[in-house]
Design a protein around this ligand. Structure first.
Ligand SMILES: Cc1cc2nc3c(=O)[nH]c(=O)nc-3n(C[C@H](O)[C@H](O)[C@H](O)COP(=O)(O)OP(=O)(O)OC[C@H]3O[C@@H](n4cnc5c(N)ncnc54)[C@H](O)[C@@H]3O)c2cc1C
Length: 387
């Protein structure tokens, strides 16, 4: 059933093959992962088995070339997968990072040898990917990171710590932002691909960070003390890290936008259905003028958001999504998500505040969208710079 207010709308980039992918993804999330949702929330991280199952079904690395074990598609395929995941309310698997971000760095900057070494494991679900930029001392000012990598023969010795790392508890493969030249700002940053293992000397995972939402997805601290990483694991050139991140962040922000719009659609669907079924003062909620107005606003915001998102996806597929436009998408779509979910929650009255109803979880999960991937204040900076 289409989202109320989106009837008859289809993105211009949609091709017939996307419908099969969407159905496969939807079935996987709803039949194989969601039945475990409560347990996954309690344990605070996804099941590794679910990554493997997603890999077997061909749902990981959809935009990775087939020769490296991927789906041979493009960003539109990743967008379909992430839309379906968010739309059905599956929040354990960190696919936005694993497939939406990590494989992209390897495809863009990896050597042939690096791609052959790591991409098949990520696409098959045997390896879980993560990316670590943020440090306890600060996340917005990326140039000021302090984790350092000091050359030692054929290796680097990495010392420092990272925090808020999505997939951090399970990650086997980590793209790690380090300073290879601490005397420099942006030009001193490099990216290392770290093969993590809890038995590797110099590496420790911290506690699972307790959050107000996204309970089934792991967010962790990572500590490095003279952790040995081969120089062969450098991604691209020394000193290129900051520029690589700046080039990849538009995709990360778009991925966040995909989730934001899917959640808006779900919120409108849930609230409209509830407003038709629940009665107050002898008539359905939807027959009360205020409820009608609120739902009309939410449906309009959702449709406009969807169209903006689809324009950005189409631009990105053509290699034309620039930094300020991606920042606008992240800013406006996540603000819209929080606003729409809040208004839809209100329609549920007291039930909207109980975790039994999905809208309550959606409310708690939404808040972080304005924070990670670069805060919305930083997005406004990026937009204002080109005005
Ligand atoms: C659930 C979750 C998952 C995350 N996943 C990852 C991950 O996988 N990898 C990763 O590297 N990071 C991750 N992060 C970290 C996230 O990207 C950072 O929290 C974010 O970038 C902000 O950094 P900070 O928390 O250090 O805040 P700060 O940089 O300390 O900012 C604090 C406040 O000051 C504002 N501010 C800062 N500078 C300016 C400025 N110039 N102008 C105006 N306002 C400003 C910010 O907008 C914010 O409101 C995650 C965070 C969370 C909560």
């Amino acid at each position: 059933m289409p989202t109320p207010g989106l009837d008859g709308y289809a993105p211009a980039w949609l091709k017939p093959e996307h419908a099969d992918l969407a159905a496969l993804a939807r079935d996987f999330f709803t039949e194989q992962v969601l039945p475990h949702a409560e347990r996954l929330e309690r344990q605070g991280h996804p099941d590794r088995e679910h990554y493997r199952r997603a890999g077997e079904l061909g749902l990981l690395g959809l935009s990775v070339p087939e020769e490296y074990g991927g789906g041979g598609g493009d960003f539109t395929h990743e967008a379909v997968l992430l839309h379906e995941q968010a739309k059905c309310g599956e929040g354990s698997l960190g696919l936005a990072v694993h497939s939406g971000i990590v494989t992209g760095y390897l495809c863009h900057y990896g050597t042939e040898e690096q791609k052959r070494r790591w991409l098949p494991g990520l696409c098959g679900g045997d390896l879980v990917g993560a990316i670590a930029m943020t440090e306890p001392g600060g996340g917005s000012d990326l140039q000021a990171i302090r984790t350092k990598a000091v050359p030692d023969g054929d290796d680097y010795l990495v010392t420092g710590s990272k925090t808020f790392i999505t997939n951090g508890a399970l990650a086997d493969l980590l793209i790690l932002a380090v300073k290879t030249d601490p005397s420099q700002g942006a030009a001193g940053i490099s990216l290392l691909v770290c093969e993590l293992g809890d038995d590797r000397p110099g590496f420790k995972r911290g506690r699972l960070i307790e959050k107000i939402g996204l309970h089934a997805n792991d967010t962790a601290e990572l500590f490095f003390d003279e952790f040995r990483v081969a120089k062969d694991n450098l991604l691209g050139a020394e000193g290129a890290g900051f520029f690589q991140m700046m080039a990849q962040l538009p995709q990360e922000r778009l991925v966040i936008g995909v989730g934001a719009v899917a959640v808006m659609q779900r919120a409108v669907e849930l609230a409209v259905a509830y407003a038709k079924e629940r009665t107050a003062f002898g008539k359905p909620l939807i027959a009360h003028q205020n409820t009608r107005m609120v739902l009309a606003e939410c449906a309009t915001r959702t449709r406009a958001s969807r169209i903006f998102l689809d324009d950005c996806i189409a631009r990105h597929s053509r290699g034309e999504l620039d930094v300020p436009t991606a920042a606008m998408a992240k800013l406006w779509l996540t603000e819209g998500q929080c606003e729409v979910v809040d208004k839809c929650l209100q329609v549920f009255g007291g039930y909207g505040y109980t975790t039994e109803y999905p809208i309550a979880r959606m409310y708690a999960d939404a808040r972080v969208q304005k924070i990670y991937g670069g805060t919305n204040e930083i997005m406004k900076e990026l937009i204002a710079r080109v005005l």
